[in-house]
Every structure is written in C-alpha cells, then in structure tokens.
Write a protein that binds this ligand. Structure first.
Ligand code: 3HC
Ligand code: NAI
Length: 647
C-alpha cells in the first residue's frame, strides 16, 4: 500500500510511501482518491494531514509514466478532489515538494514545511508546464509575477522564501509530524479557507507582467515550454479557474507528446544513470584535503569548487608571483559567491581558512587527492607528476585536468601508475556541472571510485571516459570544428555557421566560442601535432594564419571576428583570407543553406560519437549526450546528438 491512513484522535495522517521520491504513480493517485473519500465519509475524522515517508514529500508526477497512455485517476482530478474536501487538509512537507507534489500541496487548505524543504514547479525543465492546476492555483496564492518566476525558471525556493511569499503557512522547526498535528488541532474550528481556484489573482501591474513574459520568451532560445507557461499564466489571470484549468490541461498534454519534452526527459534520466556504478565497483578512499597544482584559470576554479564543497585545499604554484595571483583568483571566486548570496559570510571565512598556498610541493604531503592543472604540455605535466610523486601520501589519488593529453602516458611518470586518473573539469570549474572522469587502462578501481565520489561531493555530473585525444567532449568538438573549417573553405562564412548553430539552440556558434576561449591554445596544439598529422588529411590553414597575424580572439580584439568592446563584427579581412585560401587550393566556393550546415555538424558529431562508442571511450550513447549538453552548449531540449540520431 503506497498510501495509508492512520488516525490520531480526530485527525487522519494520510501517508504516501512510494520510494525513492514519492512520485505520484498511478497506485499513489488511486490511493489518494481512496484516502480523500475515507476522510470525507468518516464522521470521526475532522481534519487530514498529507505527509510522506522517506527522504522527501512528493517530488512530482512519475516521469516514467509519461511515455505510457494516461491512467486514471489523473492527477488534476486528485487535486480537484482534495480541493473540494469539506474537512481541512494540511500538507506536511519535508525534502522536496516539486511539480505535481507542490500541486497537491496547493490543493490542500494549509501548507507547513520544514526549514530545509524546497518547493518548486520544475516542469518547464522537462519541456512541460504544471499540469495539475499549478498554473491556476499558484498565482492565486502568491501573485502572478512571483508564480511566473517560479514556473518559468523551474527553480525551487527555500522554505524561508516560500513562507515570505505566502506559499506556505508555517515553517516547522523541530518535529514535522508533531507540529503539524498541533497546527491541525488549533485550526479545527476555523472556517475552511477558500479553495485557491475559487480565489481571484491578487492585483499586479499588467505591463510589468507582460515585460516579464517578453524576457522569458526571449531567453527560451527555441524551447517551447517557457512560452506555454506564459500562455497558461495569462489565461489563469484573465479567465475563471475552470476555463484556465481546462486550458492548462490541453497545453500539458500537447507538450507531453512533443519531441522537446521527450528529449528533456531523456536527458533527465541519462544524467541520473551516468557513472552510477563507478562507486559501486570499489570503495572510494577517504578524502578531506585536495591538492591543486597550478593556480591559473582551471586550478583556481577547481580549488574554489573544492572549498565550496567543504574540502581543505592546498594550492601549489611555481613561484611567489604566480601563487599570489592564483590565491587571488580563488579568493575572488569565493567573494563572488558571497556577493551573490550563495554562501554566508561565516561559510566564506571558513573556506578562506581552509585554503593554503605554497610554492613547495611539500605543501601536498597531507592531500588525499591531488589535481594537476598546469600548462597543457606533456613534458611539463610529466615533470610535475614525477615531483609530486615524491611527496604525495602513498594512498593519495593523483589526477590530471588535461584537455587532450594521454593520461596513461602522464601516469608513467609516477611509481604507482594505477593511482593516476584524469579529472577533466570545464571552465568555470566551480560553475560548470560536467566532469569527465578519464580512466586509463589498469587504473585502480578505488582511485576511480574516489574520483567519482569527489565529483559527487562537488555536485558534478561525472561521466566516465576512456583515454584518447580529447576524451569524449573535446574529441567530438574537434571533429565538428574541423568540419566547420572545411565548410568555410568550401563556401560558408563563420557568421553564417555561428548563426545556424544559434538558431539550432546553441548559446553561441563554434567560431564565436573559439574567439571567446582564445585561438592560441588550439594553435599550440595543432603545431604540436603537425609532425604526426597524416599528409593525406585535409588541413585548413585559416585559423593558423589568423594566429600568425596575432588574432587570438576577444583577448586581442580580433580573431574570427573584429571586436568593438563586447560586440563582434564581421571582419572583411577575414572574409578575404578565407576566399584567398579557397582560391589557393583551387576550391570553387559554393553556397550552403542553414539546414545543410546543421545537418553536416550533427552528422559529424554522431559519426565521431559512434567511433567513441565503438572504441569503448564512452560507455553508452546517453553518456555522450550528457557531455554535449552539459559541457558544450548542445541544446538540452534536443536531447543530445546521439538521441537525435535515434528519433
Ligand atoms: N518520476 C520518476 N522518477 C523520479 C522522479 C520523478 N518525478 N524524480 C526522481 N526520480 C527518480 C530518479 O530517476 C532516480 O532514480 P534512480 O535511482 O533509478 O536513478 C531517483 O528518483 C532519485 O533521483 P535523484 O538521483 O535525482 O535524487 P536526488 O536526491 O539527487 O534528487 C529530486 C531528488 C530533487 C526529487 C530530483 O530527483 C528531481 O528533481 N526530480 C524531478 C522532479 C520533477 O521534475 N518533478 C516534476 C515532474 S513533472 C510533473 O510533476 C507534472 C505535473 O505538473 C503534472
Ligand atoms: P593557465 O595557463 O591559466 O594556468 C596554468 C597555471 O599552471 C599557471 O598559473 C602556471 O603558473 C601554473 N604552472 C605551470 N607549471 C607549473 C608547475 N610546474 N608547478 C606549479 N604550477 C605551474 O592554464 P589553464 O587554462 O588553467 O589550463 C590548465 C590545464 O587545464 C591545462 O592542461 C588545460 O588543457 C586544462 N583545461 C583547461 C580548460 C580551459 O578552459 N582553460 C578547460 C579544461 C581543462
């Protein structure tokens, strides 16, 4: 029985127990319908509490049911039945009340939540909109602007904020069950609060609301659900609840069967499945102190991410000046988190205390996991590993943040190579969710498990990858970048390719991205590889020629584009260079449509993805999608290149 009813005097405790997150699967909905009827018809019961077993209140509808035909009773009907109850219902919330879970709570007459509870309507992130009355009841409770903010962002709010906005009636400080029972007893004789759908939407400034809607739609970049949320909210504000609920249902069903929602659901489950067995094969080693070598862009970011996750950090740089800059970078990141109120002043001070800088490798002697983030150069990295091997604890796990280099070759620089893994972070390392865990052949499973446990503590999505040039993400990116360079030699222009990628849903195109990252890094890599590049391989020299002219991208004001402050302009000099290169190679330039460009990019991504699977570099196609969506701006609502090849 996943819904049970148990009486305490005259109060019914209706408990949902449907692990892991109490999703409203069909048996739960059916159980709730029975419980609602039981409470209504039992004269001894005067009030009911909706409470959940396990780690959370209801985290939403059961997403796994969305691919099956809908089964009665439907959640909106459960919500209506709850709202129509003639005895007061109180939602007792702990953990997360999300989506359909919050919608059930909104159909209760009162809501109480623990101080650590989170409440939200994340449907938009699954390509949906709240489909059990949320778009209608929430604005009637907390006002249209606030409701729209929650529904369009999908971000849950903390109990404190929920209390301030009126979403919950009280915060429970000690015992949820006991305090809610007490609340129920106190309110037994109160008149039943008017159901939310019978209330009107509080006054608001309609112009400001329209402006809020315009901003949401502009930010959606091709995703349909944010607009649907706005449409539903408008109807909820302008129409009566019955009409608005019917409109919400129509929109919900339409979105549920849309490829965008299917893609977003695919990514939701792919992210949860990735790397699941990494910590199961072996016990992770205990880690408290993280060593970071190199305090540049990545090292400082990794140090900050580690501090924010509660680790002690030893940061090593090659000289005093570099150390001062590195420490300053870390401090600046922490100050930024404080300024954005992501951490408290006391957390900030604790993190600063947990940071130690040194120019001597001896500073690493207490580290349990050491991440190297020095220059991308095999000789430099091997020299660093040889040094750190002398001071590191024998059980410490050693990791490199290399973007492309052979981790197995780096591992050969230490006495015990199986303890070396790759931890490939993305910039900015304290923000980007993706972490590639590169596993060289023969790696110690407990070193791998430690890397995975570290990723989890940092809140990262950790994707296992084998050793090859660029692992999963950079290898695919190199392949399609090369293809884009072929296309510009053959007749397209960078601005056309970038526009195509943006229209597809990328935040920026490949050429804009290169300008942002700096063209010099890839140039250095190409020069390194020049000796081993097969003579038969087509090679486009345009990027090299840009670098030879000192055009390194945004940082030098010129790259693929010309920069006036932050604004990129097409540079006729670059167009001339492209045309001259094509002419030099006797290429007759032809025109490309946007569809042709995007089809080609996708084809190359999928082809390289398949090669990566065939070689065992990635475990599953879904892992590749997770990498491309979380590290390379592939539009989430398209599900990833491998997903697209299946539909
Ligand atoms: N339906 C089905 N399964 C779900 C689920 C859901 N709504 N939410 C989580 N799960 C599953 C996960 O797939 C995972 O399964 P697994 O163990 O087999 O991999 C398990 O529950 C645990 O999930 P997490 O690993 O994500 O656990 P966390 O503790 O990290 O996070 C959570 C818990 C915050 C609840 C997170 O799972 C989450 O955000 N869930 C989705 C919430 C959501 O989007 N709800 C809206 C659903 S749509 C809806 O309600 C429509 C309505 O308006 C009609
Ligand atoms: P960076 O140039 O900003 O920083 C490198 C730092 O290493 C410098 O501060 C330098 O002083 C320090 N250093 C060099 N030799 C050292 C030594 N022997 N001992 C101690 N410190 C030393 O470089 P960045 O961008 O941080 O890259 C570092 C590594 O991370 C590279 O392997 C790179 O490929 C990789 N990476 C970079 C990403 C990026 O977006 N920049 C993304 C993912 C990985």
């Amino acid at each position: 029985m996943c819904v049970t009813v148990h009486s305490e005097d005259t109060i019914a405790l209706v408990e949902i127990n449907n692990p892991p997150v109490n999703a409203t699967s069909q048996p739960v909905r059916q159980g709730l319908m029975r419980a609602i009827a039981q409470v209504e018809h039992d004269p001894a019961i005067r009030s009911a509490i909706l409470i959940c077993a396990g780690r959370s209140f209801v985290a939403g509808a059961d997403i796994r049911e969305f691919d099956k035909p809908p089964m009665e009773p439907h959640l909106p009907d459960v919500a209506l039945a709850l709202e129509a109850a003639t005895k007061p219902w109180i939602a007792a919330i702990h953990g997360a009340a999300l989506g359909g879970g919050l919608e059930l709570a909104l159909s209760c007459h009162y809501r109480m939540a623990t101080a650590t509870a989170k409440l939200g309507l994340p449907e938009v992130t699954l390509g949906l909109l709240p489909g059990a009355g949320g778009t209608v009841r929430l604005p009637r409770l907390i006002g249209a602007p606030q409701a729209l903010k929650m529904m369009a962002s999908g971000k849950p709010v903390e109990a404190q904020v929920a209390h301030e906005t009126g979403l919950i009636d009280a915060i429970v400080l000690t015992d949820l069950r006991a305090e809610t029972l007490e609340f129920a007893r106190t309110h037994l004789t109160d008149p039943l609060p008017v159901a939310l759908s019978k209330r009107s939407v509080p006054d608001h400034d309609p112009d400001a609301l329209e402006q809020q809607i315009r901003k949401i739609i502009a930010k959606a970049r091709g995703q349909k659900s944010p607009k649907a949320v706005c449409d539903a909210l408008r109807t909820a504000v302008l129409s009566d609840a019955t009409e608005a609920l019917a409109a919400e249902r129509r929109l919900f069903l339409k979105l549920k069967s849309d490829p965008q929602s299917k893609a977003l659901r695919h990514i939701f489950f792919a992210e949860r499945a990735v790397g699941k067995d990494l910590t199961k094969r072996a016990e992770p080693r205990p880690i408290e102190t993280i060593g970071v070598i190199g305090g540049g862009t990545m090292g400082a970011g990794i140090a900050a991410a580690s501090l924010l996750a509660g680790f002690r950090v030893a940061l090593i740089e090659r000289d005093g000046g570099a150390l001062t800059s590195g420490m300053e970078r870390v401090r600046k990141t922490l100050a930024g988190s404080l300024q954005r109120e992501l951490i408290t002043q006391s957390d900030h001070d604790t993190f600063i205390d947990a940071l130690n800088g040194s120019t001597s490798y001896d500073g690493l002697s207490q580290s349990d996991l050491i991440v190297e983030a020095v220059f991308e150069d095999m000789d430099v990295k091997r020299a660093v590993f040889t040094e750190l091997d002398k001071v590191a604890k024998p059980q410490a796990v050693l990791a490199t943040n290399t973007s492309y280099l052979d981790v197995a070759q780096i591992a050969q620089a230490v006495e015990d190579p199986p303890r070396v893994i790759g931890l490939h972070f993305f910039s900015p390392a304290h923000i980007m969710k993706l972490l590639e865990l590169v596993i060289p052949p023969g790696a110690d499973p407990s070193a791998v498990a430690t890397g995975a446990a570290f990723g989890k503590r940092l809140g990262k999505i950790t994707v296992p990858a084998g050793v090859c040039d660029g692992f999963i993400g950079n290898r695919i990116m190199s392949a399609y970048r090369r293809e884009c360079e072929y296309m510009i030699e053959d007749g397209a222009l960078p601005a056309q390719i970038d526009e195509t990628m943006r229209n597809f849903g990328f935040p920026m195109g490949i050429f804009e991205m290169q300008d942002l990252a700096g063209l010099d890094i890839a140039w250095a890599m190409r020069k390194r590889r020049a000796r081993t590049r097969p003579a038969s391989e087509r090679y486009v020299e345009i990027a090299d020629k840009l670098c030879e002219a000192g055009r390194f991208g945004r940082k030098t004001g010129r790259g693929w584009y010309l920069y006036d402050g932050n604004t990129a302009q097409v540079d006729p000099e670059v167009t001339t260079l492209i045309e001259a290169e094509a002419a030099r190679k006797n290429i007759t330039r032809c025109s490309f449509t946007q569809d042709e460009i995007m089809d080609q990019i996708l084809l190359i991504m999928q082809r390289e993805g398949q090669a990566i699977l065939d070689e065992g570099i990635a475990a599953r196609p879904d892992d590749i999608d997770v990498v491309m969506v979380n590290g390379y701006g592939f539009p989430r609502w398209r599900g990833g290149p491998m997903f697209m090849s299946k539909v």
